[in-house]
Design a binder for this molecule. Structure first.
Ligand code: NAD
Length: 291
């Protein structure tokens, strides 16, 4: 079994980005600038958004974190987005999800200028992605493509099973892997909570992408030998032996599945760090598009 090391791979990508930023600075050009908006103070969301800001600093980007109270109204958030849309210094920005219940998430994502939508969530960018046109591919599926490419995992003609049909992971992943592209050309089955006999489907897969949010859902008896497993899930499980009081668990029963797998991502240290690296890559792209 070979570990698909997202931590190491993302560090390599960040080094490559840092070199490109240094080159921009040498040429007296503008550094990429990413802004992130977070509403409320949910622990996991704050951790993710802080990790994104820190990653920006490490590669030499400018970054701006806008923290708004959980009582922020939809209108106030839309105003904040408009300010970012017209701010020439901001190349790209993200609105950290989930948003509080009183805010219509779709309305907010629609308000982001598609040219600054480095999360790739705006319908314009989702549409371009679905048509295989150049655009911002959302960071998690983009990170998975990159991980498969850098580990030279063949996808062409393979049977891929994606578990979970979310707009941010499962659905785009299934589209991308079936497209005619370097990492693609696969025969993809998209499964979800209404899929019957899921284990029968996953047992035939050469590659499985699990994006469900149920800890250790995928067990060894659901996969065939030499399967490639991408575990997107991140669930916080209470653990009093840890300083922070929790541990992160993926959607895959790692210990048993890794005994059958040819390649597998760990949690943490797999897809998570790749997501952040690809957000930086999208911001660099937004910056170079403006040039
Ligand atoms: P989601 O929570 O929006 O949806 C879950 C999906 O799982 C749904 O499509 C549902 O149909 C499917 N599902 C639920 N129960 C099922 C079952 N029994 N059998 C088959 N399918 C079932 O999904 P999401 O936002 O993609 O998140 C999934 C997980 O990935 C979460 O743990 C989340 O924290 C994690 N995540 C990680 C990253 C990262 O960077 N690593 C990014 C995004 C999400």
């Amino acid at each position: 079994m070979i570990l698909l090391d997202g931590k190491k791979t993302s560090a390599e990508i960040k080094e490559e980005i840092a070199l490109q930023v240094a080159e921009l600075v040498r040429k007296d050009k503008k550094k990429p600038h990413l802004a992130a908006v977070i509403v409320g103070s949910d622990g996991a969301s704050l951790t993710y958004v802080n990790a994104k800001v820190k990653a920006c600093e490490r590669v030499g980007f400018e970054s701006t974190l806008i923290r708004l109270p959980k009582e922020t109204t939809e209108e106030e958030l839309l105003n904040e987005i408009e300010i970012l849309n017209v701010d020439n210094d901001i190349d790209g920005f993200i609105v950290q999800l989930p948003l509080p219940d009183h805010i219509d998430e779709q309305k907010i994502l629609m308000a982001v200028d598609p040219d600054k939508d480095v999360d790739g969530f705006h319908p314009t960018n989702v549409g371009k992605m679905a048509l295989n046109l150049p655009t911002f591919i959302s960071a998690t599926p983009f990170g998975i493509l990159e991980l498969l490419e850098r580990y030279k995992i063949e996808t062409s003609g393979k049977d891929v099973v994606v578990i979970g049909r979310s707009h941010i992971v499962g659905a785009p992943m299934s589209i991308l892997l079936s497209q005619k592209r370097t990492v693609g050309n696969a025969t993809v089955t998209l499964t979800h909570s209404r899929t019957k006999n899921l284990a029968e489907v996953t047992k035939k897969a050469d590659i499985i992408v699990a994006a469900i949010g149920i800890p250790e859902f995928l067990k060894a008896d659901m996969v065939k030998d030499d399967v490639v497993v991408i575990d997107v899930g991140i669930t916080r499980i209470a653990d009093s032996s840890r300083k922070n009081g929790f541990r992160l668990v993926g959607d895959v029963a790692f210990n048993e599945v890794s005994e059958k797998a040819s390649y597998i991502t760990p949690v943490p240290g797999g897809v998570g760090p790749m997501t952040i690296a690809m957000l930086l890559k999208n911001t660099l792209l937004a910056n170079s598009r403006k040039e």
